[in-house]
Design a protein around this ligand. Structure first.
Ligand SMILES: Cc1cc2nc3c(=O)[nH]c(=O)nc-3n(C[C@H](O)[C@H](O)[C@H](O)COP(=O)(O)OP(=O)(O)OC[C@H]3O[C@@H](n4cnc5c(N)ncnc54)[C@H](O)[C@@H]3O)c2cc1C
Length: 631
């Protein structure tokens, strides 16, 4: 972490000084605000956490519940989410607390005695070594707690306004705060009281029955539900030897997805309840827990579970539904007006729980829209940036629905009806990158450049998330994971992988780049930085040299990579790196030895890959996404 640059501090450095609207933040929901977030689930809390890093933006988050969530539904945390938590500074805590999935066991009917299940295969959870981060199981409520801590500790000091629900909204163009929102108090002395508040933008993070979605006329469309699953969180005594392993069980009596939970005893068991007749009218949802347990025991046979305690249970029907736009602008109006209302997470996409995707994808929705609103409302970016949200995230949701349809259908298919006996586990291994959260690849847009120069950095595909690798920090010879150093502070990152010249040499292309970045009128650091702001306030410059750390001094790096920061304008050296002798990032990520620039967006996706000497292309990228302070 970066601290002491504004003077010595002795408290926990994660408690950042209040700034802007974080100073004397009113306890009561005010009459007007910049952003109103509706709902404090995973999508809403990550949005609040991100916007708390933009203290000049007045953000409030309302939640109809009276207080913190106690029991959440989701528990599967994909590696991409853990990578995201790293940027919000709590990955280590979650990793310590959670259950780690390392393998999945596949159980099938015993060919010699089909009433019995036998273990047929074990597959590694990350067979392609996609990420250094683990796949975890932990209650959604804990994730919300960690985001709440980050939001409260950040300069904006955002905390949820519990006990207030969204009732409806109207958009009144031409006003400074065009979204008129009706809210109602659900608890306390003001119970039942309705009020009108006004916001510049609203983010609907209010789940599958979203009132915000309805208010902007968006609908979920797709398959009607026709397959039911019972789900229970239970502690048991059992002779089933894989109780503490993730399992996909496909028996003649139906199937189970078995997920061990944190703490050493608890497991979540998804029990297939079969096809639901069209005239069932949701009667299946009243299936008693005893019936779900009986069915589970039939599937685990010859093993059995003796349930000692049911922490939670539910019955749900699988439907796959999606909205066509994630904001209030129709295709025919796109470009003619600014979106004012956005929807995220389950408000936009619903599907089965068995691929463990909903919370994970919802968080990426919230992250995506929040930094963009932060940029627009703090005057860093043009409003056109907001149009990229719906375009980027709708396509990701569509891919998710397609994947989940395939996986949940396969899970419910009888073993004898699968194309081959190994089909399920082969599908699981083949598609592992998707459920781990790394298949997102944004199309060319304002934010995502072309692939013209991709050959210079094959390991950092444009549009995909920046995949970390290890490097050596030059100032103190401290090996670091490069991507893990990037915080969710709303800044772009300029990763400069140097040419082979010695850092001090006049031939170094990094030196020429530094001169451009620090002095040229078209440099984004010159053009878009506000008077008096630190050099790295909007874009964090990072350099990685090809040499070993003993081959050059940290002071050989040029000025752009030793920016002056904070009250005392101290030189900052932490972003000067070099390769590790036995783990060369240039080899690991197939980087050109002539050097390359990789631009990374505030939400960790690669925006552009450019030749080291193409200063004009670098300037052009930022001309599309930043605004000069006087604009
Ligand atoms: C049984 C089950 C298991 C699941 N397991 C997983 C899993 O392992 N991994 C995974 O990634 N996903 C899983 N999911 C899906 C996951 O729970 C959801 O996708 C995720 O919670 C969606 O997040 P969200 O923020 O969009 O909405 P929600 O979590 O639904 O949050 C919406 C919030 O808005 C509030 N709200 C609603 N209406 C209003 C209003 N009018 N005014 C104010 N506040 C309002 C609600 O109280 C709630 O706090 C599971 C779902 C189920 C049902």
């Amino acid at each position: 972490m970066h601290f002491h640059h504004n003077g010595y501090i002795s408290r926990d450095p994660r408690l950042e000084e209040a700034a802007g609207h974080g100073i004397n933040r009113p306890d009561q929901l005010p009459e007007t605000m910049d952003v109103l977030i509706v709902g404090s689930g995973p999508a809403g809390m990550i949005a609040a956490a991100q916007l708390s890093q933009f203290p000049t933006v007045n953000t409030r988050i309302i939640e109809r519940r009276a207080g913190r969530l106690e029991l959440g539904q989701a528990d599967g945390i994909q590696a991409r989410s853990v990578e995201t938590f790293q940027a919000f500074r709590f990955a280590e805590e979650v990793i310590r607390e959670a259950y780690h999935i390392t393998e999945t066991s596949f159980w099938k009917p015993d060919p010699t005695n089909p009433d019995h299940i036998i273990r047929t295969t074990r597959t590694a959870d990350d067979p392609h070594n996609i990420s250094e981060f683990p796949h975890l199981i932990i209650n959604q409520a804990r994730i919300l707690d960690y985001f709440a801590d980050f939001a409260r500790n950040s300069p904006g000091k955002i905390t949820p306004d519990y006990g207030i629900e969204f009732v409806g909204l109207e958009i009144e163009d031409g006003q400074d705060h065009p979204v008129k929102v009706t809210v109602r108090h659900t608890t306390g002395e003001r119970y039942g009281e309705e009020r009108t508040v006004r916001a510049k933008y609203v983010i609907g993070c209010d789940g599958a029955r979203s009132g915000v979605r309805k208010a902007i006329g968006r609908t979920l469309s797709g398959d009607a539900a026709n397959h039911a699953w019972g789900v229970m969180d239970v502690v048991v005594n059992t002779d089933f030897p894989d109780w503490r392993m993730k399992c996909a069980i496909n028996s003649v009596k139906g199937s189970i997805l078995h997920i061990p939970r944190e703490g050493g005893h608890l497991a979540r068991v998804y029990v297939d309840l079969g096809e639901v007749p069209l005239d069932d009218n949701h009667a299946v949802r009243s299936t008693p827990i005893e019936d779900i347990i009986d069915r589970a025991n039939a599937i685990y046979h010859p093993y059995s579970i003796d349930v000692k305690h049911v922490a939670w249970h539910s019955v749900y029907e699988v439907g796959h539904r999606l909205t066509d736009h994630f904001d209030d602008v129709d295709t025919c109006d796109r470009g003619t007006r600014t979106p004012r209302v956005f929807i995220t997470g389950d408000a936009c996409h619903t599907h089965s729980a068995k691929a463990g995707q909903g919370m994970n994808v919802s968080m990426q929705d919230g992250f995506n829209i929040a930094w963009k609103l932060g940029h627009v409302l703090s005057g860093r970016a043009p409003e056109t940036l907001l149009d990229t949200y719906s375009g980027e995230r709708q396509e990701i949701a569509k891919n998710l629905i397609d994947f989940d349809k395939e996986w949940s259908t396969l899970m419910a298919t009888k073993p004898e009806d699968l194309p081959s006996p190994e089909y399920l586990e082969e599908f699981y291994v083949k598609t592992a990158e998707f459920p781990a959260g790394f298949m997102t690849e944004y199309k060319p847009s304002l934010l995502t450049g072309s692939t013209e120069h991709q050959h210079l950095a094959e390991g950092f595909p444009v549009g995909k998330r920046f995949r970390s690798a290890r490097v050596n920090r030059r100032e103190n010879a401290y090996p670091r994971h490069l991507g893990h150093e990037a915080m969710a502070d709303g800044r772009y990152r300029l990763y400069v992988f140097a040419d082979a010249a010695h850092p001090a040499s006049a031939d170094s292309k990094v030196r020429a780049l530094s001169d451009f970045l620090t002095q040229d009128a078209t440099s984004p650091f010159v053009r878009y930085r506000a008077e008096g702001a630190d050099f790295d306030a909007l874009i964090e410059p990072v350099v990685v040299y090809q040499q070993n750390y003993t081959d050059f001094e940290v002071t050989d790096a040029p000025a752009a990579f030793r920016p002056l920061v904070g009250t005392y304008q101290l030189e900052y050296w932490e972003n000067i790196y070099c390769t590790l002798p036995d783990e060369d990032i240039f080899d690991e990520r197939q980087l050109s030895r002539d050097g390359v620039i990789v631009v990374v967006r505030p939400d960790q996706y690669v925006g552009a890959v450019l030749p080291l000497a193409d200063h004009a292309a670098l300037a052009a990228y930022f001309d599309g996404v930043l605004l000069s302070p006087e604009a």
